[in-house]
Design a protein around this ligand. Structure first.
Ligand code: NAD
Ligand code: UDP
Length: 311
């Protein structure tokens, strides 16, 4: 296949590029490097089947070469990033999704949208199934991301219904692994950076809020499988192993092998209290489930961050 990946220089996008190249495909990565980095492409940049295009996908892009699949992953993704970049986030979720769908339509290619567990907002159902419509504050600070992704899902379904495009929507739950930006503000890079420097870990609120963390190679496997189906409705992909943020801090301190402390900070506005994927649909439709447990995933990720943190 010839695959175009928007956001290809980002954390998840670069793992997708690597996986498609390893499977023998040709990859075009489109990225404006807003939150991504060219270094993420280093392991495969010299591959003749890989091409990088520096472009903001919120503006029109004409691609001359034939394409079989378009995966739309461009968007600021960490709360710190999208709170700093609210308009770019709304634009890439709306105009960017429209443009990416337009590219897929022009080439008769499959399309896959990177959606998110944030479409469920601060959920009133737990765990979250795809049938849950969510509890999102449209005018709250997080709304720029949540509503952009909800719009993107709607637009994707409209292209499927109106133009018959073979579209897919993956609702990604918190994913982690090498190539996350050390300073992207998400809980895992923050905690690892702080633990490696011997600084207190900053737990927001009382740390009783929960998340469920999925290792990046597991996510990528789910995405590759979903892309090749004819399933158009959203599918949750995440690891259902749920943990409180306070416990998560303790696990990272233990892994670091140093005595450490925790410091409590105010909880950000609209921070979801719980989050856990129900992956019944992914299991049934894709025969998928996560393989890398948190202990192993955190060890691999800590190894990566150890190489970055200068203490
Ligand atoms: P990331 O910030 O590492 O990657 C996003 C990439 O998109 C970056 O390389 C950035 O430069 C690029 N980008 C942003 N705006 C762009 C634009 N207008 N034009 C071209 N490129 C643009 O984040 P990530 O964690 O790899 O997330 C990738 C995708 O997965 C996002 O769409 C995100 O919403 C989704 N997602 C991620 C998670 C997670 O836990 N990491 C969870 C849910 C959904
Ligand atoms: N969080 C924290 N300390 C940090 C960063 C984040 O306690 O230094 C909390 C945050 O309030 C949220 C959870 O960790 O409850 C996950 O935050 P993240 O920014 O990684 O992503 P989210 O799941 O909120 O999109």
């Amino acid at each position: 296949m010839r695959v175009l990946i928007t956001g290809g220089a980002g954390f998840i996008g670069s793992h997708l590029c690597e996986r498609f190249l390893a499977d023998g495909h040709t990859v075009v990565a489109v990225d404006n490097l807003l939150t991504g980095r060219l270094e993420n492409l280093d392991p495969f940049r010299a591959d003749p089947r890989f091409r990088f295009v520096g472009h903001d996908i919120s503006a029109l892009l004409k691609v001359k070469e034939p394409l079989d699949a378009v995966l739309h992953f461009a968007s600021p993704a960490s709360p710190v990033d999208y709170l700093e970049l609210p308009i770019q986030t709304l634009k890439v979720g709306s105009l960017g999704t429209h443009n990416a769908l337009g590219i897929a339509k022009a080439h008769g290619a499959r399309f896959l949208l990177a959606s998110t567990s944030e479409v469920y907002g601060d959920p009133l159902e737990h765990p979250q199934t795809e049938a849950y419509w969510g509890n999102v504050n449209p005018v709250g600070v997080r709304g720029v991301y949540d509503e952009a992704k909800r719009f993107a899902e709607s637009m994707t379904m409209a292209y499927h219904r109106v133009h018959g495009l073979n579209t897919h929507i993956v609702r990604i739950f918190n994913t982690y692994g090498p190539r996350m930006r050390l300073k992207d503000g998400r809980v895992l890079p923050n905690f690892m950076d702080q633990a490696l420097r011997g600084e207190p870990l900053t737990v927001y609120g009382d740390g009783s809020q929960t998340r469920s963390f999925c290792y990046v190679t597991d996510l990528v496997e789910g995405i590759v499988r979903l892309l090749m189906t004819d399933e158009h409705d959203p599918v949750n992909v995440g690891n259902p192993a749920e943990i409180t943020i306070r416990q998560f801090a303790e696990e990272i301190l233990a892994l670091c092998g140093r005595p450490g402390t925790v410091e409590y900070r105010p909880l950000p506005q609209d921070d979801p209290k719980v989050r856990q994927p129900d992956i019944t649909r992914a299991r049934r439709l894709l025969g998928w489930e996560p393989k890398v447990d948190r202990g192993e995933g955190l060890r691999r990720t800590m190894e990566y961050f150890r190489g970055l943190v200068r203490v």
